[in-house]
Write a protein that binds this ligand. Structure first.
Ligand SMILES: Cc1cc2nc3c(=O)[nH]c(=O)nc-3n(C[C@H](O)[C@H](O)[C@H](O)COP(=O)(O)OP(=O)(O)OC[C@H]3O[C@@H](n4cnc5c(N)ncnc54)[C@H](O)[C@@H]3O)c2cc1C
Length: 398
């Protein structure tokens, strides 16, 4: 029989799954990772993930510690300033405008922004010939049988893998989570996010701007200049029907609508990519583990895209799992190991899910008292220095 023996099987080669593979391999463990969708070659390729992620300091430290940061560093754009604008009306007008500087905390940057498609491609290229990693791209997870001492996984190719631990990093609809009998609770808001890239008139000067208005946030995230043009990644949250209407507009009309919604903070915007639509949900798995199985990243938790928390929380899962593995290699996948992982991650994930859920409800509300509260809250958080520093420290993942 075609069966491979490894320490760790990983279902899913998104950024979190690839980082987990690198982390375990770095500690000398044998890893097999399977993903049916190989990373797209360019931003324009079919299926490219046009979102971008701000890697906060702990996420960068993880990638540095496992030797991956160097391979993405050249593409990373520092994020030094966060500007938050509370807007009102149609067309939207700013009513409270506050700026948060990373230097306020003595840090050069809040984070480093990288396009998702590029990070995934660079990480998978780096792992292709790495020792201890067997990367099976184009092949998916199909089935799992677990016993007290091992998990036997069958791939869609029919090949079998025997591992001490199977990690579900296969996204919000995780097939491995489902095969392990773990349910999840999902909160839907009727919102969708449009993710796309724009060229713009004015330089972004490494400022990320979040503009709040009923319907949801409009966020600009700095990208490196491309072909001599200033560029930013945009995440534009809206009620579902409005998001679908916007997604169907011609490029010129869409660019005009985006410029209006951005209150002109970067001058005229011109869309230079396709547009991806993402449903906005909060989702938590009922448990983070089952026999010989651990859930990480969106298989375990999905948050609305505010405050750069999603992938950063996922990379915290990876860091803890790899640390536990390095501490006691013999225990990998056993009951104590899995209980330690669930204990270390469960509370943090639940707390973040609750906070971001509440924050999203406040941000998108069209009730005037809630809008007033939103504006007053922004002024309070910014203008009281100790509170501002506390919130900034928590937002940076410390
Ligand atoms: C619009 C938007 C903007 C965001 N911006 C940020 C941000 O700025 N900062 C931040 O921290 N987070 C952000 N997030 C969240 C972040 O993008 C996600 O947390 C992250 O992409 C999820 O990573 P993942 O690896 O869990 O899942 P995915 O990227 O979905 O990867 C799952 C992988 O599993 C694979 N798979 C599926 N089926 C199988 C199978 N049968 N076998 C094996 N593999 C399989 C898929 O092909 C895929 O490659 C944002 C989210 C959204 C919606």
């Amino acid at each position: 029989m075609n069966r491979t023996d490894v320490d760790i099987f990983i279902s899913g080669g998104g950024i979190a799954g690839l980082a987990a593979a690198a982390a375990f391999a770095h500690h000398g463990l044998l890893v097999l990772l399977a993903d049916p969708s190989p990373p797209p070659e360019t931003a324009a390729s079919n299926g490219s993930d046009l979102r971008s992620t701000a890697f906060l300091a702990p996420a960068r430290e993880l990638l540095e510690s496992i030797g991956l940061w160097a391979s993405v560093a050249d593409h990373a754009e520092p994020l030094n300033t966060l500007r938050v604008i509370d807007c009102q009306g149609n067309p939207p007008e700013p009513r409270t405008d506050r700026t948060f500087q990373s230097t306020d905390l003595g840090a050069p940057s809040f984070g480093w922004n990288l396009p998702n498609w590029l990070t995934r491609k660079v990480l998978s290229d780096t792992l292709t010939n790495a020792p201890n990693v067997d990367l099976r791209l184009g092949v998916g997870f199909a089935r799992i049988v677990t016993r007290e001492r091992e998990a036997i996984v069958t791939l869609t190719s029919g090949a079998q893998v025997r591992a001490r631990l199977a990690i579900a990093a296969d996204g919000r609809n995780s097939p491995l989570r489902e095969a392990s009998g773990i349910g999840c609770k999902t909160m839907r808001y009727g919102q969708k996010a449009l993710a796309f890239v724009v060229a713009h008139q004015m330089p972004h000067e490494n400022v990320s701007t979040e503009l709040y208005l009923s319907g949801g946030a409009f966020t600009t995230v700095p990208l490196p200049d491309h072909e001599g043009q200033h560029c930013s990644a945009i995440v534009w949250m809206n009620d579902g029907t409005e998001a679908v209407r916007l997604a169907a507009l011609e490029d010129d009309a869409f660019s005009d609508a985006a410029t209006l919604r951005s209150c002109g903070v970067l001058g005229a915007l011109r869309v230079v990519s396709s547009r991806n639509l993402w449903p906005i949900i909060t989702q938590e798995a009922d448990q983070l583990t089952s026999e010989r199985v651990a859930l990480i990243a969106e298989a375990a938790h999905v948050f609305p895209p505010i405050g750069a928390q999603g992938l950063n929380t996922s990379l915290r899962d990876v860091a803890i799992l790899a640390k536990l593995g390095a501490q006691d290699k013999g225990a990998i996948g056993n009951k104590d190991f899995l209980a330690s992982f669930a204990k270390a991650r469960g509370r943090d994930i639940h707390r973040r899910a609750q906070f971001i859920d509440l924050y999203n409800r406040i941000c998108r509300s069209d009730l005037p008292p809630v809008q007033d509260l939103r504006s007053a809250g922004l002024r309070l958080v910014h203008d009281l220095a100790p509170l501002r520093r506390r919130i900034m420290t928590a937002g940076m993942g410390r």
